[in-house]
Design a protein around this ligand. Structure first.
Ligand SMILES: NC(=O)c1ccc[n+]([C@@H]2O[C@H](COP(=O)([O-])OP(=O)(O)OC[C@H]3O[C@@H](n4cnc5c(N)ncnc54)[C@H](O)[C@@H]3O)[C@@H](O)[C@H]2O)c1
Ligand SMILES: Nc1nc(=O)c(N)c(NC[C@H](O)[C@H](O)[C@H](O)COP(=O)(O)O)[nH]1
Length: 223
């Protein structure tokens, strides 16, 4: 069993979610409110470790009225357990789970860093060898009561999740500007597919303007 997974992201018209320097302020004010409404609705919110390092996000509901219990469980996909102890996702505002990979488990748990995280109430789940086994992680999160999960990037994790058939819905904010750059981060990076035929098919079920931005909502078809 797995949670219902909604990928949410903001990109420029040319499909970039961050520049090569990590600059990523894309959404307009209204879109950020929409994002926080979605955060309030879901049971969990997941990002890759590079997003934690680049953005230091809180992953809580803080741009609209909310109670502490509205915050989703935060999940970081972090094979080598590189999450900095000072990262904002380690604060007490919401529960946090760090998903590591088995090859790095032993070295990490004998390290003082592990005790510092567990002292803060942070849970760990280890799966896969060098990389987190995303299917096993989805099953674990579902068993923990996370029935709906928002995926908030970045590009590498987005591709692994869609390739493994784990994304059910995609909600995209397209902002009206372009930044270019072959080294910018796109909505899906990773290794990519070789041919267009292998592309994951989507069905557009809603689209609307929000301020200057355009919101597109898709169901994922061939999972
Ligand atoms: N505009 C947006 O909506 C938005 C949202 C989130 C992130 N971002 C941007 O995305 C950038 C980060 O993206 P990224 O691609 O470098 O990193 P990422 O956040 O996708 O993290 C990827 C890392 O996760 C780890 N990982 C462990 N197991 C994995 C698995 N099975 N599959 C994939 N990854 C696995 C690996 O260490 C991998 O390098 C940042 O610059 C951030 O600002 C933008
Ligand atoms: N929807 C969206 N629009 C953006 O323009 C943008 N940069 C992100 N980026 C996702 C990132 O993971 C964090 O959501 C932000 O960096 C905000 O961080 P907070 O959790 O609110 O502290 N997401």
């Amino acid at each position: 069993m797995k949670p219902y997974v909604i990928l949410n992201a903001a990109m420029t018209l040319d499909g970039k979610i961050a520049t090569k320097t990590g600059s990523s302020n894309i959404s307009g004010e209204k879109d950020l409110k929409r994002v926080h409404e979605l955060r309030r609705e879901v049971d969990g919110i997941m990002v890759g470790i590079n997003t934690v390092i680049a953005d230091n996000p809180r992953l809580t509901v803080h741009k609209i009225d909310a109670n502490p219990e509205d915050n989703p469980v935060r999940v970081v996909v972090d094979s080598k357990c590189r999450t900095p102890i000072a990262a904002r996702i380690t604060n007490k505002d919401a529960k946090t789970i760090i998903a590591g990979a088995n090859d790095y488990k032993f070295d990490f748990i004998v390290n003082d860093r592990y005790a510092n995280f567990t002292k803060r109430g942070i849970d760990f789940f280890f799966s896969g060898n060098k990389r987190v086994d995303l299917k096993a992680l989805m099953n674990y999160l579902y068993e923990k009561g996370i029935k709906t999960l928002m995926l908030e990037g970045g590009s590498t994790l987005n591709f692994s999740m869609i390739k493994e058939g784990l994304i059910d819905e995609i909600r995209i904010c397209i902002a009206p500007f372009v930044v270019g750059g072959k080294d910018s981060h796109t909505l899906f990076d990773g290794e990519g597919f070789d041919t267009m035929d292998e592309g994951v098919r989507l069905e557009l079920f809603d689209s609307f303007k929000l301020g200057d931005d355009l919101i597109l909502q898709y169901k994922v078809l061939n999972k």
